[in-house]
Design a protein. Structure first.
Length: 460
C-alpha cells in the first residue's frame, strides 16, 4: 500500500512538472512568434513607416504587450561594454529574482548563439527564448528576450506532491488500522484452531471450535471439528476395545492358568485339562476376532457396496442358515430388486441373527428369513429380517442387547456360549450401510430382527 501510494504521488508530481514545462514552452513560442510577426509587419506610429532602430522597435512592442505572471519581456541592445542595455516592462516581480537586475545573466543570454535555454541561478530557475534583431542604418543590434520564472509553477507541483503524500500517509495509517482489525477478526478462528490443537490430548478430545458465519474460515472450523469427531470416535473405539478385551479375556486367562497350575500326572486328568484349556482358548480367539471386527467398523472401508440382487442374496442366506440347527426354516417374502450392498457383511449379519434365533429356540420351532422393500415420504428402502418363534425379548432387554458384552435375561438353558458381541456386530454392519437394526415382536410369539437400509436401491 505504501509503495502504491508513493508511486501515485510521485507520478502525479512528474505529470504536473511536465505540464509546467509544456506550458512554458508554448508561452515562449507564442511570445517569440508574435515578436517575429511584429518585426516583419510592424509600423512606427510616429513616422508611419518602418522602424529605424532596434531600440525603437523594442520600445513600441513592449508598450503594446501585457506579460503573464512570472513572465518578463525584455529588450536588449548593444552598448559599449559587455553588458547590454535593457528595456523592460514594469512588473511586480521581486527585484531579487527578476532577470532585468541580473546583468551577468542578461549578458550571457545576449551573447548566446542559441534561441532558447535555461538559466540555473541561485535566485531561481529561468526559462528564456530570444529573437535577434539585425541593426538598421546606424543602429546597434538588439534582441527580444522572453524570460519565465518557473519556481512558482514548480512550487505548485511540489505543494500538490506534499499534499498527496500527507493524504497518502493518513490513508495508509487508516488502511493499516482497518486491515489490522479485519485481519485479526478473520484470523481469530485460525488462532482458536491453533490453540485448540495445542490443548488437545489423548485424554481430552471434547474441545470444539465455535463456528460463526458461512465463510471459508467457518468451513475450516467445521472441517476441524469433524476431524476431532473422528479422532474422538477412534480413540473411544480404541479405549473401548482395550477395556472390553481386558474385561472379557481376563476370565478365560484365569481359567487356563488355574487348570494348568493344578494339572496333575494322571493321563485322564491331563486330557480333560487340555480339553478345557483348548475350549477357553477357542473362546478367546472368537472374542478377539469379534472385537477386531467391531474396531474395523469405524473405518470408511468397513463396507464395500456393490450391485446385488436381493432375491439371490436372501436365498443364499437361507441356505447357509439351515446348517446352523434343526429348526423349521422358512424362506419368507423375497424382494426382487437390485440394491447397492456389501453382500459379505450383510450375509455375516443375517447369519449372526439366524444363529441368535437358533440359540433362543428349540428343535422344530420355526425361523423365517426374508427380505422386502418399503416406501416412505423420505424415499424407499429394504428390510432383511430373521423372525423366530421363541420366547421373545423382555422389555428391559430391548435397549441393552445391542451393546457389547451384554446378554438378555431371557436366555433358555446354557446353550449360549457367545461373549455378547454378535448383536453389536449386526448393529455395526447396519450402521456401516447408513441404516439401523430393529427389534420387533413376532406375531404369535417370538422376536424379529430386521436390517432396515434406506437409499440403497439402484433406481434411487
Amino acid at each position: 500500500m505504501a509503495v502504491a501510494l508513493g508511486a501515485v504521488a510521485t507520478t502525479t508530481r512528474s505529470i504536473l512538472l511536465r505540464d509546467v514545462d509544456h506550458r512554458v514552452s508554448r508561452l515562449l513560442t507564442q511570445e517569440t512568434g508574435e515578436f517575429a510577426n511584429f518585426v516583419d509587419q510592424g509600423v512606427d506610429p510616429e513616422t508611419g513607416g518602418r522602424f529605424g532602430t532596434p531600440r525603437r522597435l523594442l520600445e513600441v512592442f513592449l508598450q503594446r504587450q501585457y506579460s503573464d505572471p512570472d513572465e518578463e519581456l525584455l529588450g536588449l541592445t548593444r552598448s559599449r561594454g559587455a553588458v547590454p542595455n535593457v528595456l523592460r516592462q514594469p512588473r511586480d516581480i521581486a527585484a531579487g529574482t527578476a532577470l532585468h537586475g541580473d546583468r551577468a545573466s542578461l549578458a550571457a543570454v545576449f551573447a548566446s548563439d542559441a534561441s532558447s535555454g535555461t538559466l540555473h541561478r541561485s535566485r531561481g530557475e529561468v526559462r528564456w527564448a530570444k529573437v535577434e534583431i539585425a541593426p538598421g542604418g546606424a543602429g546597434q543590434p538588439g534582441a527580444f528576450v522572453v524570460a519565465f520564472h518557473t519556481d512558482n509553477e514548480r512550487a505548485v507541483a511540489d505543494e500538490a506532491f506534499r499534499t498527496l503524500l500527507a493524504i497518502s500517509g493518513v490513508a495508509l495509517l487508516m488502511t493499516t488500522g482497518i486491515g489490522w482489525a479485519v485481519a485479526g477478526r478473520i484470523l481469530a478462528p485460525v488462532r482458536v484452531v491453533r490453540t485448540t490443537a495445542a490443548q488437545l490430548t489423548e485424554q481430552d478430545l471434547t474441545r470444539r471450535i465455535p463456528v460463526q458465519g458461512r465463510d471459508d474460515i467457518a468451513a475450516l472450523a467445521e472441517t476441524f471439528n469433524a476431524m476431532l469427531d473422528r479422532l474422538e470416535r477412534a480413540f473411544a473405539a480404541q479405549r473401548e476395545f482395550v477395556d472390553d478385551a481386558g474385561h472379557e479375556l481376563r476370565t478365560p486367562i484365569t481359567i487356563v492358568r488355574g487348570h494348568l497350575e493344578l494339572m496333575g500326572d494322571d493321563p485322564a486328568e491331563r486330557e480333560e485339562t487340555v480339553r478345557l484349556v483348548t475350549d477357553e482358548l477357542d473362546r478367546m480367539s472368537r472374542i478377539v476376532e469379534d472385537l477386531l471386527l467391531l474396531a474395523k467398523a469405524e473405518r470408511p472401508d468397513f463396507v464395500r457396496p456393490e450391485p446385488v440382487q436381493l432375491a439371490e442374496l436372501t436365498a443364499d442366506v437361507y441356505v447357509k442358515a439351515r446348517a446352523l440347527g434343526d429348526r423349521g426354516w422358512v424362506l419368507d417374502a423375497v424382494a426382487d430388486r437390485e440394491a447397492r450392498l456389501d453382500p459379505q457383511r450383510i450375509t455375516q449379519a443375517m447369519v449372526q441373527l439366524a444363529q441368535n434365533a437358533v440359540q433362543h429356540t428349540v428343535p422344530g420351532q420355526r425361523i423365517r428369513i426374508g427380505s422386502r422393500t418399503y416406501d416412505t415420504h423420505e424415499g424407499g428402502g429394504i428390510e432383511l429380517y430373521v423372525a423366530d418363534s421363541g420366547p421373545g425379548v423382555q422389555e428391559q432387554d430391548t435397549e441393552v442387547i445391542f451393546e457389547r458384552f451384554r446378554r438378555g435375561t431371557a436366555r433358555r438353558g446354557a446353550r449360549g456360549t457367545g461373549a455378547g458381541l454378535g448383536l453389536s456386530i449386526v448393529k455395526a454392519i447396519a450402521e456401516g450401510h447408513r441404516g439401523r437394526v430393529e427389534l420387533r415382536p413376532t406375531e404369535g410369539g417370538g422376536a424379529t430382527f430386521a436390517l432396515v437400509l434406506a437409499r440403497v436401491l439402484e433406481d434411487q
